[in-house]
Design a protein around this ligand. Structure first.
Ligand code: HXC
Length: 257
């Protein structure tokens, strides 16, 4: 499939999507949305792919939603098209997606990174929700997901002042899982994704689903949900294989069954 704004590759069992609008610092227009979704859905449907990595350039993961595309929209345009609702399909991808973020992850760029399952940041990464400087507010999850990641005080600070957070602060605050030198970013993210892809895919997908459920439900319901999924894993051949491999002191050979 020919893409205009992204580069799509596979590295073994890992699907790699690179945002590629260098002249607009990877601003997220409607073409980027359609292409990222299409590429991710193809990886989702490919049984040989176990995890995905989403990245940008060294200068920008993505500098936000495309301001030039949206500036002349009216309220009814935004309302009728339910502007940004398409990105919810990205958040519904069931295989793991790692965001490898270097440079600017601003506005919709920060929100897209937060829709991934975890964020590995380069030491030059800058996260922010600067929508307030444009006379608007976050519209792709920034007020909700950022608050869950970093708590009310920092989320308010970022959404109300529009200031950016550097990689060290983002790691301290729980927004990113690890920070690595910029030259090692892609390698580190691909390594993490390749490790995930070696495990039992149904177990990985259920673990993802369980962690995500913790954001949607009470602790008691979340624990019950986790336990039921855990029970269901005893129907997997991979559970038998994984535990037999441990007992027999050999490495496991998961078959996603
Ligand atoms: C469209 C963008 C863009 C964006 C950068 N560009 N960000 N185009 N939408 N979000 C374009 C610039 O217009 C410019 O194009 C080119 O990319 C290079 O950008 P520069 O500004 O020249 O680069 P630099 O001086 O290095 O500054 C980098 C920057 C700055 C600090 C990241 O570009 C910036 O502040 N961008 C906007 C960040 C932002 O506000 N994001 C939130 C968007 S709103 P030309 O053609 O001039 O060379 C959002 C959510 C909306 O994401 C939700 C509510 C509706």
């Amino acid at each position: 499939m020919a893409y205009e704004t992204i580069i799509v590759e596979t590295r073994g069992k890992v699907g790699l999507v690179t945002l590629n609008r260098p002249n607009a610092l990877n601003a997220l227009n409607s073409t980027v949305l359609a292409e990222v979704l299409a590429a991710m859905q193809i990886f989702e449907a490919n049984p040989r792919i176990g995890a995905m990595v989403l990245t940008g350039s060294e200068k920008a993961f993505a500098a936000g939603a495309d301001i030039k595309e949206m500036q002349s929209k009216s309220y009814v345009d935004a309302y009728f098209e339910d502007f940004f609702v398409g990105w919810e399909q990205f958040a519904r991808i069931r295989k793991p997606v790692i965001a490898a973020v270097a440079g600017y992850a601003l506005g919709g760029g920060c929100e897209l990174a937060m829709m991934c399952d975890f964020i590995i940041a380069a030491d030059n990464a800058k996260f922010g929700q600067p929508e307030i400087t444009l006379g608007v507010m976050p519209g792709m999850g920034g007020s909700q997901r950022l608050t869950r990641f970093v708590g009310k005080s920092k989320a308010m600070d970022m959404c109300l002042t529009g200031r950016t957070m550097d990689a060290a602060e983002a790691e301290r605050s729980g927004l990113v899982s690890r920070v690595v030198p910029i030259g090692e970013l892609l390698e580190e993210a691909l390594k993490a994704a390749a490790k995930i892809a070696e495990f039992s895919l149904p177990a990985v997908m259920m673990a993802k689903e369980a962690v995500n459920r913790s954001y949607e439900t009470t602790l008691a319901e979340g624990l019950r949900f986790e336990r039921r999924l855990f029970h269901s894993m005893f129907a997997l051949e991979d559970q038998k294989e994984g535990m037999a491999a441990f007992v027999e002191k050999r490495s496991a050979n998961f078959r996603n069954q």
